[in-house]
Write a protein of this length. Structure first.
Length: 303
């Protein structure tokens, strides 16, 4: 018959209890209270000792169990995985930063494309506006009819609208004029959007003026602030009551000869040049149409 370990310890426990009980009974029979107290105290101490020993054993077993579990979990592998995760996080942060920069570049490119699209749309509208001028030219050629100043006036007004729409200032005032040379090689106004008939009849500019220089040197001249112009800007102050501050002179060249100079002035400082740079192809088209109208009426040309 197998005797289990628990059975053996259970028998010993019963024996010890019987011995202690007999001892207490004996002490009562002898009226020895000190002995009873001593036996009870010894019993209590023994119970505490047994409990403490039992708890220590359980704690050791629990610790061993935890150590085994930690070893099974592989703490070193976890540390390695943690380091790899940290490296991955750093890499992802760098990629996120790169993506944010790329996004900013893309947004800037989209904004640039939107501006170009808006500019292209405006140019298309301005080109469409030249259709009516083309028809007038064809009509004049077919009927051998000379142009009228009203046709030139309309055309330079449309040129002025391009600058006015782009500058977009309610307080800014503009004036657009065509200058041609007369028989004395002086520049005179042929047509203007703002100049009075008296000014058109009287105003004459020589070769030293800004318009005269644009004629002779066949180059575009721009000054954004006439009051603070450089010394090399060929501007002649004729009127103390002058209100405009920006001026742009654009010559129209045909066969290395200046046919006329378009002059635009504005009361706003530092404007006109940016508009010209954006719309110079459209403006060139308008100037060529102006020149055709002038050729039709020229005494040198036979229609």
């Amino acid at each position: 018959m197998d005797i289990k370990k628990t059975d053996v310890f259970g028998g010993i426990g019963v024996l010890v209890i019987q011995v202690i009980a007999n001892g207490i009974l004996y002490a009562f029979q002898k009226n020895n209270m000190y002995l009873v107290i001593g036996i009870v105290f010894a019993l209590i101490v023994s119970v505490f000792v047994v409990i403490i020993i039992s708890l220590n054993r359980k704690l050791k077993k629990q610790e061993e169990s935890f150590n085994e579990k930690i070893e099974r979990l592989g703490i070193d592998d976890l540390k390695k995985e943690k380091e790899e995760l940290l490296k991955s996080m750093e890499y992802l942060k760098e990629r996120i930063s790169d993506v944010e920069h790329e996004r900013e570049d893309i947004e800037q490119e989209i904004e640039r494309l939107e501006q170009e699209l808006e500019l292209f749309k405006n140019k298309c509208e301005y080109y469409i506006n030249t259709v009516s001028v083309n028809r007038k030219i064809l009509y004049s050629l077919k009927n051998k009819k000379k142009y009228e100043n009203t046709e030139l006036q309309t055309l330079i007004s449309e040129i002025e609208y391009i600058f006015r729409d782009d500058v977009f200032s309610k307080t800014a005032k503009m004036n657009t004029s065509i200058f041609r040379k007369d028989g004395q090689e002086l520049c005179r106004i042929l047509v203007s959007t703002k100049h009075s008939p008296g000014t058109i009849d009287k105003l004459r500019l020589d070769k030293n003026s800004l318009v005269g220089t644009a004629f002779s040197e066949k180059r575009i001249i721009y000054c954004g602030d006439i009051n603070n112009r450089r010394a090399d800007v060929p501007f002649v102050e004729l009127d103390e009551s002058r209100q405009y501050h920006s001026i742009l002179a654009i010559p129209l060249i045909v066969d290395d000869s200046t046919e006329f100079v378009l002059v635009i002035t504005c009361t706003k400082i530092n404007c006109l040049e940016e508009t010209y740079n954006k719309y110079q192809d459209v403006l060139q088209r308008y100037l060529e149409l102006l020149c055709i109208l002038l050729f039709i009426s020229s005494d040198k040309e036979e229609v």
